[in-house]
Design a protein around this ligand. Structure first.
Ligand SMILES: *[C@@H]1O[C@H](CO)[C@@H](O)[C@H](O)[C@H]1NC(C)=O
Ligand SMILES: *[C@@H]1O[C@H](CO)[C@@H](O)[C@H](O)[C@H]1NC(C)=O
Length: 115
């Protein structure tokens, strides 16, 4: 997800006229998103990225833990909301937001069941 933010931001920069969603280069808000996305354990960012944005990946318990404990709900939601505002993901916004919610809920219930 951190990679996603950086790639999206840099791919946006050459074409600032593309949309109203990114008014400034790297705002404090985008730095916050980038910082919170970087809290993932290795490979979990990828897993959750594909789980949420592509929908072809299930999230392991280890990465669920990382999502719930390292990242947290606010960060997860904010990063997803930011990403779906980008041109790359805009057309799949509804699906992605649903999957994001589902991944979070599935993770929460898996972990409750483990206890
Ligand atoms: C999910 O899709 C992406 C992009 O199409 C691919 O790179 C990745 O390997 C896929 N993951 C799985 C588990 O199929
Ligand atoms: C959006 O969804 C369509 C249909 O499910 C899919 O073919 C396409 O690859 C998705 N686009 C992105 C950017 O994920």
């Amino acid at each position: 997800l951190n990679l996603l933010i950086h790639t999206s931001l840099s791919s946006e920069t050459p074409q600032p006229s593309q949309g109203p969603s990114t008014p400034k280069p790297l705002s404090a808000y985008e730095k916050y998103l980038s910082d919170c996305a970087s809290k993932f354990k290795p490979r979990c960012g990828e897993q959750i990225f594909f789980g949420v944005f592509v929908g072809n990946q299930t999230v392991t318990n280890r990465c669920c833990l990382s999502l719930l404990n390292d990242m947290g709900k606010a960060c997860h939601t904010d990063v997803t909301k930011f990403a779906v505002s980008l041109p790359t993901f805009k057309q799949n916004q509804t699906q992605i937001l649903k999957r994001s919610e589902k991944v979070w809920n599935d993770c929460s219930s898996h972990l409750i069941n483990l206890h």
